[in-house]
Design a protein around this ligand. Structure first.
Ligand SMILES: [Zn+2]
Ligand SMILES: [Zn+2]
Length: 269
């Protein structure tokens, strides 16, 4: 089975990821407008009709900005836990009743030929989840907003052939930047975001041959650059003696425009 992954947008101003097989696709988060999602998918030759649903990780605006539009305009089913739905469904967020689908933590469900499980992550929302998605032999894990990688999240991440994980801020840029003290503390906390050193050290711990694609996601606009993300990762890997095999690939996801279209087939896990 062929699998395609593409980040439509990644970062603190909007997150939306596409995952598809030969027949259907799903979206993970809807943090950009429904119009932008439609436009980006069209540019990739993907029709909205092929999208079977959207998975939502938490209620922060950079993950749900386009959710009302997507559900109302395209009647797209949306999936998240009851606690997250309770935090999303405010009087201003009008979502058609038949688009609201409730899922349970760590319980697999099927959508568009994928077997999907949500797992809890530490973040400062009423509840936040990551997704572990299986398509035949291939496993994709998405964990974009987490201040700390707890054991449960690590167990799902370690299984991945394609991993989307955040590398939100450069520790030095954040420390020397203009954010107020309370915000710096929030970002660095166990319920904030992962910094470049944290993500790099964790990846060095779990690196294995099955992990074919690493997508570093959710970069901060003010406290990070793609160059620093890559430099930190390369330095950490070299200090730890991690050598990647020739097939493994690292992508730094763009903030406002789609990233590379990543195709996974049986030879390229
Ligand atoms: Zn976010
Ligand atoms: Zn968040």
């Amino acid at each position: 089975m062929k699998l395609n992954f593409c980040s439509l947008s990644s970062g603190s101003s909007g997150n939306c990821y596409y995952l598809g097989n030969e027949f259907h696709g799903i979206l993970i988060d809807a943090g950009i407008s429904a119009t932008s999602i439609h436009k980006f998918l069209k540019n990739l030759n993907i029709s909205m009709q092929s999208i079977m649903g959207v998975l939502i990780t938490h209620n922060h605006i950079d993950h749900i900005r386009g959710l009302a539009g997507l559900t109302r305009k395209y009647n797209l089913p949306a999936f998240t836990t009851r606690k997250i739905w309770n935090s999303i469904l405010t009087p201003h967020m009008k979502i058609p009743y038949d688009c609201i689908h409730e899922i349970s933590m760590k319980k697999e469900f099927n959508l568009a030929g994928f077997s999907i499980a949500a797992f809890p992550v530490c973040h400062d929302a009423p509840e936040t989840i990551g997704f572990h998605i299986c398509a035949g032999e291939k496993k994709i894990t998405i964990a974009t907003d987490l201040g700390h990688i707890c054991e449960t999240a690590a167990s799902y991440i370690k299984e991945a052939n394609l991993l989307v994980i955040e590398s939100n801020y450069d520790e030095e840029m954040l420390a020397n930047g203009r954010y107020p003290h309370f915000l710096k503390t929030r970002i660095k906390s166990d319920h904030g975001h992962l910094g470049n050193h944290q993500t790099s050290a964790f990846l060095a711990d779990i690196m294995n041959d099955k992990l074919g694609n690493i997508c570093l996601a959710h970069l901060s606009k003010n406290n990070n650059t793609p160059g620093l993300v890559l430099q930190t990762l390369q330095r950490t890997f070299s200090e730890r003696g991690i050598v990647m095999n020739g097939k493994q690939r690292i992508s730094i996801l763009n903030r406002d425009i789609p990233g590379d279209f990543i195709q996974l087939d049986d030879n390229n896990l």
